[in-house]
Every structure is written in structure tokens, then in C-alpha cells.
Design a binder for this molecule. Structure first.
Ligand SMILES: *[C@@H]1O[C@H](CO)[C@@H](O)[C@H](O)[C@H]1NC(C)=O
Ligand SMILES: *[C@@H]1O[C@H](CO)[C@@H](O)[C@H](O)[C@H]1NC(C)=O
Ligand SMILES: [Mg+2]
Length: 261
């Protein structure tokens, strides 16, 4: 066979190999570029579109929806707010799934949790006039000041899932894009809010690294270290969709206050 023919066959083989789907890639691609700016005429539709990641990359809650978001987060209907009910629904589903897929002994089967607004809530901060239920632009300094108070309450219902994962023998890993500088206050806050134990608590050491890249690379690292993510829980799509080892199932905790791209 002539060498040019061999090269052609090799090239074709490589092309075919490339076309094979990566079994670990997520079919819902997380594309964060492209245009934003649909006209928002209905706040319930806006919130739903945002939750399912049709309406992306928004910087602030649309002005006409701030009151709606405030009601969603704070108005008690019967026994709980709509937000609390929505989180409880996700948690109930996740607990069902967790109990249906028991961990394999000695395999480091893992449940991965995001931190902010997945375990610890930023609602007290977002309820302040400065944050205005997401209607005002995000202020990193003010938000970090809130974290430093160490008083973030637990997100409603999530402890049930967190505790169940450990009880059933899963490893629990917390992965957060918050700065490593805040580790001490966050660990104390987690314990105060009732999250007692974890296998690993990973925070971001390089502030300039985009959180979505950071999360993807840390999940890949977890895989190298022998941790297989079974369940993945987060309030942002970047927690759930990018990169490998993103879990057999992802559970999206509602968040109507902000969108992280
Ligand atoms: C951000 O928050 C800090 C601390 O509360 C405040 O001093 C600063 O003025 C705020 N920046 C903006 C742009 O509002
Ligand atoms: C489980 O994790 C530990 C700690 O990283 C590691 O030493 C061990 O090899 C892992 N087990 C498996 C089966 O990958
Ligand atoms: Mg979060």
C-alpha cells in the first residue's frame, strides 16, 4: 500500500473516532455566548424560562419582576413560600433517586453539592435594599461582607438530602466557586447551619478562573482521585452541565435571584 493511502485511511479513522459521542458529555450543551435580551412580559414565564435555562446570562432580575421575585421568595402560601415548596420538591426527587441507586462498597460513590444557595442561603443578603431581590447589580464586596458574618441559614429541606447521602454511605463533596480565603468562616457557618461532615470541601484558589471552568476541572480531578459523582446538586446550570463526572443525575435547586454564566 502506498503511504498516501495509509495516511488517508488513518485520517478517516481519526475522523470517525472523533464523531463518536463522548458517553460522559451532556446532551444539553451549556452555551453561554450569543445574544441575550428577550422582552419579558410575564414574570412567571420569565422565571420558568430561566430555571430551565432557556433565558440565559441575565445580569439582574428584570425591573418589572422584582416584586414578583420578592413574593416568590417571601410570601407564605398556606405553610411555606413557593420557593420553599419548589426546593422541597427537588429534594424529594433527589432523595428518591438516592435511595434507588445505593452506593457500591469501596467505590467512593459521591454526592456533589454546590455551596451558595444550594446548602447555605443568600436570601437574607438579597432581601436587603442594596441587593433588592436581584434587581440591583451584583456587588462582590457587599456579598463577601455578608459571607464574613458567618450567619447564612441552611437552604430549606436540603439537609434531608445531605444527611441521607451520608447515612446511605455516599461520600459528600462540596464544590464552591467562592474564594479559598473564606474557608474558615464558611466551615464554621456550615457546622452552625447543621452540615456536620464532608469528605472534601473545595473552594476556588485562583480568583481569575471562571467558576464554570473551575468546577469542570475540579470534577475531573475528583474522578482522577477515584470519586465517582452519582448525584450532583446545584442552583446554577454551571454546577451541573459542564465537563465530565457531572453525575448520573443532576438536581437543579431553584434560584430566581441571579444567574451565573
Ligand atoms: C458595594 O458594596 C460596598 C460595601 O457595602 C460599598 O462600599 C460600595 O459602594 C458598593 N458598590 C457599589 C457599586 O454599589
Ligand atoms: C477512594 O478515595 C480515596 C481517597 O482519595 C482513594 O485513596 C481511593 O483509591 C479511592 N477508591 C477508589 C476505589 O477509587
Ligand atoms: Mg450556588
Amino acid at each position: 500500500m502506498r503511504s498516501s493511502t495509509i495516511i488517508l485511511i488513518l485520517a478517516a479513522t481519526l475522523l470517525l473516532a472523533d464523531a463518536r459521542p463522548d458517553p460522559e458529555s451532556n446532551p444539553i450543551q451549556l452555551v453561554t455566548d450569543g445574544r441575550v435580551g428577550s422582552v419579558v412580559t410575564n414574570c412567571r414565564s420569565w422565571r420558568l424560562a430561566s430555571e430551565v435555562n432557556n433565558f440565559r446570562n441575565w445580569r439582574v432580575v428584570p425591573a418589572q419582576c422584582v416584586k414578583y421575585v420578592k413574593n416568590y421568595i417571601t410570601d407564605i402560601v398556606a405553610v411555606e413560600t413557593q420557593y420553599e415548596a419548589d426546593v422541597a420538591m427537588v429534594v424529594a426527587e433527589a432523595v428518591e433517586f438516592l435511595n434507588s441507586v445505593p452506593p457500591t462498597a469501596g467505590k467512593n460513590d459521591t454526592w456533589l453539592f454546590d455551596l451558595t444557595d444550594t446548602l447555605l442561603s443568600s436570601i437574607p443578603y438579597y432581601s436587603s435594599p442594596d441587593a433588592n431581590f436581584g434587581g440591583n447589580a451584583f456587588n462582590r464586596t457587599a456579598f463577601n461582607d455578608y459571607i464574613k458574618e458567618g450567619k447564612m441559614p441552611a437552604v430549606p429541606a436540603i439537609k434531608e438530602l445531605y444527611n441521607e447521602a451520608q447515612k446511605k454511605g455516599f461520600k459528600v463533596v462540596i464544590l464552591s466557586g467562592t474564594s479559598e480565603d473564606l474557608r474558615e468562616v464558611l466551615e464554621a457557618n456550615l457546622k452552625k447551619a447543621g452540615f456536620e461532615n464532608w469528605e472534601k470541601f473545595i473552594l476556588k484558589k485562583k480568583p481569575s478562573m471562571p467558576t464554570r471552568d473551575f468546577k469542570a476541572s475540579e470534577r475531573a480531578q475528583l474522578k482522577k482521585d477515584g470519586y465517582k459523582v452519582i448525584g450532583n446538586v446545584g442552583d446554577q446550570w454551571i454546577d451541573l452541565l459542564t465537563g465530565k463526572n457531572a453525575g448520573k443525575r443532576a438536581f437543579k435547586i431553584p434560584n430566581a435571584l441571579y444567574y451565573v454564566k
